[in-house]
Design a protein around this ligand. Structure first.
Ligand SMILES: [Zn+2]
Length: 86
């Protein structure tokens, strides 16, 4: 919970860091997301969240559902967006 009423000086203002990830969720990256995001709390004790912008290619929807069930936001990165492969 953020207490904006106590935000009278820079020292007491809440700090926000927004983290997003994009492209496919699959067995190649889910372990990294589990390790760095699961059970991570903000200073106030609230769970730290992130938004995943998912595209269709290379996405495992069972793993997307796992992220959603763990409280992360799932957003659309288009169904046709393709990962840059060079
Ligand atoms: Zn992308």
């Amino acid at each position: 919970m953020v207490h904006f009423k106590s935000c009278r000086t820079l020292k007491t203002c809440p700090e926000f860091v927004l983290i997003t990830f994009d492209d496919g969720i699959n067995v190649l990256n889910i372990e990294t997301y589990r390790r760095i995001l699961y059970n991570r709390l903000n200073k106030d004790g609230c769970p730290a969240g992130t938004t995943f912008f998912i595209n269709h290619e290379y996405t495992n929807y069972q793993l997307v559902n796992e992220l959603y069930n763990n409280g992360f936001e799932i957003a659309l990165h288009s169904i046709s967006h393709q990962t840059n492969q060079q």
